[in-house]
Design a protein around this ligand. Sequence first.
Ligand code: NAG
Ligand code: NAG
Length: 340
Amino acid sequence: MKITSTFSIFVAILTFVTSRKTGNKDNGKHLSLGGSKGCPSTLPSGPLVADNHSLQELYQAALAEGGKLILQTLQDFDRWKAQGVLHPYKPIGWDQVYPEFKDPDGYSTGVHIWAFSNNINRDLLGNNENNWPTEASDYLDPKFKGKIISTYPNDDDAVLFMYKLIIDKYGWNWLAKFVKNRPVFVRSTQVPADSLRNGTFPASFTTAGPLRPEVTRPVQFVLPQSDPFVTWAQRAAILKGTRRLAAAKLYLSWWLDVDTQNDWFQWSVRKDVPVPKGFKSVFEYPGQTDPVAFEKFMADRTALEIFKNQVQLYVGEVQGILPTGDLSILQDKMLPAAFA
Ligand SMILES: *[C@@H]1O[C@H](CO)[C@@H](O)[C@H](O)[C@H]1NC(C)=O
Ligand SMILES: *[C@@H]1O[C@H](CO)[C@@H](O)[C@H](O)[C@H]1NC(C)=O
């Protein structure tokens, strides 16, 4: 499973919806899910309850729209809510989502949990876990000199937060020593994942990995015994005024579907979906991870930028090309892949 899986699945759905648009004569006109005529100007009145249509009904309505959907999976959801630019919607299964991961009024909902921690190439480091770096101090061991691949913490806020948790615990001295061990810094969290899989590097602590060991070889995702790791629920929302409201609803409801949640490679946001074997609930790692802490870190931009600049003094300025393309914050178009 790639870091970009969310995006790929999004594109897959979008492609499917688009490709079927002309093939369905009985295109679900009997359904009224709001916005299926392309102009959803009215918002639900009264208390919002979780959607009680079936996925199949949403699917038919989305086909009738025949088009693209609009979705954002960024931070800033509370600000957008306050600005009135989100369309409230409680997807099917919303009641089962942990309260920590959803807006109580249905303006945004966490759809899956990400965790960044240790990833180990077993072919390179062997099967004896004692030889794997899992704690922050392990990464200072001279035997890993030049062998650790890390995303630039000053280029990715989730990775920056990982560094923050370690530095909060061990001080700046840890970072000074880590940099002396000559880790290789790269852009994106996908490059470390790919580099571990193809055997170029044996270990990284700045990317995600599947919780089910049977699908991980040769790379094993492993949590530290006592040191911190980063988790958060990725949120999704529907922009008010989207022309493809039913498709957007389908997309969010599909994400919360039990099967989708079971297929997700890390933790589910749903209370009724079992935690993969060998792991505890994401709320049961006190002192190691707090799945709502990252959101708070992200919200204080001033503190974040100050910390980022301090880190940059140690790791240097970001260099290299972003593999997904770099359109800067002034981008006025989506990446070409989004329309493939
Ligand atoms: C779905 O919810 C609406 C109100 O939101 C209600 O009128 C309708 O009866 C519900 N349908 C089912 C099948 O529960
Ligand atoms: C391994 O993956 C990295 C990251 O995508 C890439 O830069 C490198 O060329 C790959 N190496 C091999 C041997 O495939």
